[in-house]
Design a protein around this ligand. Structure first.
Ligand code: 5GP
Length: 121
Protein backbone atom coordinates (compact mmCIF):
# COMPACT_ATOMS: atom_id res chain seq x y z
CA UNK A 1 0.00 0.00 0.00
CA UNK A 2 1.49 3.33 -1.00
CA UNK A 3 1.52 6.45 1.21
CA UNK A 4 -1.46 8.01 -0.55
CA UNK A 5 -3.56 4.91 0.10
CA UNK A 6 -2.50 4.81 3.77
CA UNK A 7 -3.74 8.35 4.25
CA UNK A 8 -7.07 7.39 2.71
CA UNK A 9 -7.41 4.20 4.73
CA UNK A 10 -10.77 3.47 6.35
CA UNK A 11 -12.58 0.49 7.80
CA UNK A 12 -13.71 -0.42 4.26
CA UNK A 13 -10.10 -0.53 3.05
CA UNK A 14 -9.38 -2.99 5.85
CA UNK A 15 -12.38 -5.10 4.76
CA UNK A 16 -11.19 -5.05 1.12
CA UNK A 17 -7.76 -6.29 2.26
CA UNK A 18 -9.38 -8.89 4.57
CA UNK A 19 -7.70 -7.33 7.60
CA UNK A 20 -10.97 -7.21 9.51
CA UNK A 21 -13.96 -9.54 9.16
CA UNK A 22 -17.04 -8.83 7.07
CA UNK A 23 -19.73 -10.88 5.39
CA UNK A 24 -18.32 -10.58 1.88
CA UNK A 25 -20.85 -11.60 -0.78
CA UNK A 26 -18.75 -10.79 -3.88
CA UNK A 27 -15.28 -9.63 -4.82
CA UNK A 28 -13.16 -9.29 -7.95
CA UNK A 29 -10.22 -7.24 -9.16
CA UNK A 30 -12.13 -3.94 -9.05
CA UNK A 31 -14.83 -4.12 -6.35
CA UNK A 32 -15.80 -5.81 -3.11
CA UNK A 33 -19.36 -6.23 -1.77
CA UNK A 34 -20.26 -7.06 1.82
CA UNK A 35 -23.29 -6.89 4.11
CA UNK A 36 -23.84 -3.67 6.06
CA UNK A 37 -23.18 -4.22 9.77
CA UNK A 38 -26.34 -2.23 10.61
CA UNK A 39 -28.84 -3.25 7.92
CA UNK A 40 -31.74 -0.91 7.18
CA UNK A 41 -33.69 -3.54 5.20
CA UNK A 42 -33.68 -7.34 4.70
CA UNK A 43 -31.07 -6.84 1.96
CA UNK A 44 -28.43 -4.19 2.68
CA UNK A 45 -25.15 -4.74 0.90
CA UNK A 46 -22.33 -2.24 0.36
CA UNK A 47 -20.39 -2.28 -2.92
CA UNK A 48 -17.04 -0.51 -2.79
CA UNK A 49 -14.20 0.02 -5.26
CA UNK A 50 -11.09 -1.81 -4.11
CA UNK A 51 -9.15 1.43 -4.59
CA UNK A 52 -10.04 3.86 -1.80
CA UNK A 53 -11.73 6.76 -3.58
CA UNK A 54 -12.84 8.91 -0.62
CA UNK A 55 -16.14 10.15 -2.09
CA UNK A 56 -17.93 11.04 -5.33
CA UNK A 57 -16.14 14.41 -5.14
CA UNK A 58 -12.83 12.74 -5.99
CA UNK A 59 -14.16 10.62 -8.87
CA UNK A 60 -12.29 10.94 -12.17
CA UNK A 61 -12.26 9.18 -15.52
CA UNK A 62 -9.57 6.81 -14.22
CA UNK A 63 -12.21 5.32 -11.89
CA UNK A 64 -14.78 4.58 -14.57
CA UNK A 65 -14.06 0.86 -14.83
CA UNK A 66 -14.58 0.35 -11.08
CA UNK A 67 -17.63 2.63 -10.98
CA UNK A 68 -19.23 0.77 -13.88
CA UNK A 69 -18.47 -2.56 -12.23
CA UNK A 70 -20.21 -1.35 -9.06
CA UNK A 71 -23.49 -1.09 -11.00
CA UNK A 72 -23.03 -4.47 -12.68
CA UNK A 73 -22.34 -6.10 -9.32
CA UNK A 74 -25.23 -4.26 -7.64
CA UNK A 75 -27.63 -5.63 -10.27
CA UNK A 76 -26.17 -9.12 -9.83
CA UNK A 77 -26.54 -8.93 -6.05
CA UNK A 78 -30.14 -7.71 -6.34
CA UNK A 79 -30.98 -10.72 -8.51
CA UNK A 80 -29.15 -13.14 -6.21
CA UNK A 81 -30.85 -11.71 -3.11
CA UNK A 82 -34.25 -12.07 -4.80
CA UNK A 83 -35.11 -8.37 -4.64
CA UNK A 84 -34.69 -7.47 -8.31
CA UNK A 85 -38.29 -8.14 -9.39
CA UNK A 86 -39.97 -6.19 -6.58
CA UNK A 87 -37.42 -3.39 -6.78
CA UNK A 88 -34.62 -1.99 -4.69
CA UNK A 89 -32.64 1.19 -4.16
CA UNK A 90 -29.02 2.15 -4.81
CA UNK A 91 -27.69 4.95 -2.60
CA UNK A 92 -24.37 6.79 -2.73
CA UNK A 93 -23.99 9.37 0.02
CA UNK A 94 -21.42 12.15 -0.41
CA UNK A 95 -20.02 14.49 2.21
CA UNK A 96 -21.51 15.80 5.44
CA UNK A 97 -24.83 17.02 4.05
CA UNK A 98 -25.12 13.79 2.07
CA UNK A 99 -24.84 11.79 5.29
CA UNK A 100 -21.59 10.03 4.38
CA UNK A 101 -19.98 8.38 7.41
CA UNK A 102 -17.22 6.30 5.84
CA UNK A 103 -14.88 8.13 3.43
CA UNK A 104 -14.31 5.22 1.09
CA UNK A 105 -16.85 5.62 -1.71
CA UNK A 106 -19.59 2.99 -1.46
CA UNK A 107 -22.94 2.11 -2.97
CA UNK A 108 -25.72 0.82 -0.72
CA UNK A 109 -27.89 -1.90 -2.28
CA UNK A 110 -31.08 -1.86 -0.20
CA UNK A 111 -34.22 -3.92 -0.71
CA UNK A 112 -36.54 -6.61 0.54
CA UNK A 113 -39.29 -4.28 1.78
CA UNK A 114 -41.14 -1.24 0.39
CA UNK A 115 -38.69 1.64 0.86
CA UNK A 116 -41.14 4.52 0.60
CA UNK A 117 -40.24 7.97 -0.60
CA UNK A 118 -36.66 8.63 -1.62
CA UNK A 119 -36.24 11.45 0.91
CA UNK A 120 -38.24 12.22 4.07
CA UNK A 121 -40.56 15.23 4.05
P1 5GP B 1 -22.61 6.05 4.75
O1 5GP B 1 -23.45 6.78 5.74
O2 5GP B 1 -21.16 6.44 4.83
O3 5GP B 1 -23.17 6.11 3.36
O4 5GP B 1 -22.74 4.52 5.16
C1 5GP B 1 -21.80 3.84 5.90
C2 5GP B 1 -22.38 2.47 6.18
O5 5GP B 1 -21.34 1.63 6.61
C3 5GP B 1 -23.45 2.45 7.28
O6 5GP B 1 -24.66 1.91 6.74
C4 5GP B 1 -22.86 1.57 8.36
O7 5GP B 1 -23.81 0.74 8.99
C5 5GP B 1 -21.82 0.75 7.59
N1 5GP B 1 -20.67 0.35 8.36
C6 5GP B 1 -19.91 1.12 9.18
N2 5GP B 1 -18.90 0.43 9.72
C7 5GP B 1 -19.00 -0.83 9.21
C8 5GP B 1 -18.21 -2.02 9.39
O8 5GP B 1 -17.23 -2.06 10.12
N3 5GP B 1 -18.62 -3.14 8.72
C9 5GP B 1 -19.71 -3.12 7.88
N4 5GP B 1 -20.01 -4.27 7.26
N5 5GP B 1 -20.47 -2.03 7.68
C10 5GP B 1 -20.12 -0.89 8.34
Amino acid sequence: MNQEHKEQDTIFGKIVRREIPADIVYSDDLVTAFRDVNPQAPTHVLVVPNDPIPSVREVSTSHEAALGRMFTVAAQIARKEGVADDGFRLIVNCGDDGGQEVYHLHMHVVGGRPLGRMLPG
